[in-house]
Design a binder for this molecule. Structure first.
Ligand SMILES: N[C@@H](CCC(=O)N[C@@H](CS)C(=O)NCC(=O)O)C(=O)O
Length: 264
């Protein structure tokens, strides 16, 4: 069956989904961008592949997003696999995002560690500020989804506590881990390399920029994120430090210089 165009389905503000969008945008691949809310994603992903094409891993369930449906009707259900597919299929010669083995190892750690811990801090920040949460929802998905979600915020908060443990204590432990992962990236950069896996941008840089974006809130992120000032000081204080951290500065530079660059 042929579908004509790529279709990306993803939790609207997810940092894993941002990786996929970045790769598609970089090579000017036209795609339908289906932006959904957490919990509602089960319905959307089930409609796509019934949970059969996805695989649970350290970060997610087999209903996780992003999901990319190719014009040939295949489903790619992992952000790194999507970036690799897009680069292999659409990058002009010499412009791929292939990071080599060292870069792949860095990327795997970013996926397993920084991604989930940054997410816990992010959800903890949002669910203690329902007004900000509602703004994030309103600004990122269709009005129909936003309306449906609004009365469900208390249930969603309970579910988030169960799925991710977004208590203050757990979030504080995760914030320490995020900080440690930023230190590790800064150490890698200390030898003066311009990018994490060599002389040019690779999927490893995209992975770090996206996994850190929940902590650095870069202006060119392609979903709407709140400003640090509207968050509680418990979250905002450490976040400002991460924004000023050498790894945070690197992440923000990647967004500023590379997020909208189109290579066609
Ligand atoms: N291995 C996956 C992890 C993606 C992931 O954790 N996605 C989250 C969004 S932040 C998700 O959709 N979670 C819902 C679920 O696992 O059911 C990838 O890299 O694409």
């Amino acid at each position: 069956m042929a579908f004509g165009m790529h279709k990306l389905t993803g939790i609207a503000f997810s940092h894993y989904v941002e990786k996929a969008r970045w790769a598609l945008d970089r090579y000017a691949v036209p795609y339908e961008d289906e932006r959904v809310l957490p919990f509602f994603h089960f319905w959307y992903v089930n409609r796509l592949h019934g949970g059969r094409a996805g695989q649970a891993d350290k970060a997610s369930s087999r209903y996780s997003t992003p999901v990319l449906r190719t014009p040939a009707g295949e489903f790619i259900c992992d952000s790194s696999a999507i970036v690799r597919y897009v680069s292999d299929t659409f990058a002009p010669e010499g412009e791929t995002l292939d990071p080599g083995p060292e870069g792949e190892a860095i990327e795997a750690r970013l996926h397993d560690v920084l991604g989930p811990h940054a997410r816990r801090v992010g959800y903890s920040a949002l669910f203690e500020r329902p007004a900000v949460l509602r703004q994030v929802v309103r600004n990122n998905v269709s009005r129909a989804q936003s309306r449906l979600f609004s009365p469900l915020v208390p249930v969603a908060r309970l579910a988030m506590h169960r799925v991710f443990d977004i208590s203050d204590e757990a979030a504080a432990r995760s914030a320490d881990i995020v900080r440690r992962e930023f230190d590790w990236i800064a150490e890698l950069l200390e030898d003066g390399r311009p990018f994490l896996a060599g002389e040019h941008l690779t999927s490893t840089d995209i992975a770090f920029a996206c996994m850190s974006a929940i902590s650095t809130l870069p202006p060119k992120y392609s979903a709407w994120l709140p400003q640090v000032d509207v968050l509680s000081e418990r979250i905002a204080g450490p976040m400002r430090e991460l924004q000023a951290h050498p790894a945070g500065q690197f992440s923000r530079r990647l967004f500023a210089e590379e997020r909208r660059r189109v290579i066609a």
